[in-house]
Design a protein around this ligand. Sequence first.
Ligand code: NAP
Length: 250
Amino acid sequence: MTQRVAIVTGAARGIGAAIARRLGADGFAVAVLDLTAESGADTVAAITDAGGRAAAVGADVSDAGQVEAAVAAVAEKLGPPVVLVNNAGILRDNLLFKMTDDDWDSVIGVHLRGAFLMTRAVQRFQTEQGYGRIVTLSSTSALGNRGQVNYATAKAGLQGFTKTVAIELGKFGVTANAIAPGFIETEMTAATAARMKMAFEDFKAGAAAAIPVRRIGQPEDVAAVASFLASEEAGFVSGQVIYVAGGPQD
Ligand code: NAP
C-alpha cells in the first residue's frame, strides 16, 4: 500500500510538533505546516531522524491563497493528503471591555477561518481518494473562560464545524473529530503564565492541583488521541469532541 499523507498545521512546536512526530512514527508521510517552512525544520528532522518521511511547508492558514498553494505543494511533494490536523492557533486574551477588534479578528481568523480554508482545500483530495481523517483542535475553553471571549468562541465554533463536516463528508469515507485539551505544557501556556505575571512552575502546579489526575498534560497526551482518530480503525468514530483534560468537563 502506498504511504498515506498527513498535514499538521502549526507543527513547528508544541502540540502540533508532537502530533506530527507521532503520525510520522505511525507511518504517515507528514507535511509540517507552519507560518514559515524554516520554522518546521526541527520537526521534520525529528521525523526523518526516526526513519520517517516529512517535508516542511510555509503558509498562514488564514490566507486562502497561501493555503491553496501549500496544499497543492504537499500533494506534489508527498502525495494526496488524506489526513488533516487543524492545530495552528494563537491567543490574544483580554477581558471583553478591553478586547480590540484586532484581538477578535486575528483569533477568529487563525482558528475558524484557518480550519475552514485548510479543510476545504484538503477535502478535495480526500473525496477523490474516498478516504480521509480530519482532526481539529478545540479546547476546554469552548465551555467558557474568563479573558478568552475570542478564543472560546473560536473553539466552540470548531466543535460545530467538526460535526457539520462529519455529516457532509461521511459518505466519502471521511471522518471529522475534535480534540479539546485542557492545560497542556507548551509555549502557549507559558505565555499565559507570563501575561498573568506568574512563574510558569507555580502556574503549572496550581493547574495540576485542580485536575483530577493531578498533573498537567503534555503534547504527547494529545498526540496519542490524534493518532487514534487519524487511524483507519477509528472509521466509525465521527463528529465527536474528545476532551483530553485529565478529568471530565461540564
Ligand atoms: P503553540 O505552542 O503556540 O504553537 C502553535 C503553533 O501554531 C506555532 O508553531 C505557531 O507558529 C503556529 N501558528 C500560529 N498562527 C499560525 C498561522 N496563522 N498559520 C500557521 N501556523 C500558525 O500552541 P500549542 O499550545 O501547541 O497549541 C496548539 C493547538 O492546541 C492550538 O490550536 C491551541 O489553541 C490548542 N490548545 C492548546 C492548549 C494548551 O494548553 N496548550 C489547550 C487547548 C487547546 P509561530 O510560532 O510562528 O507563531
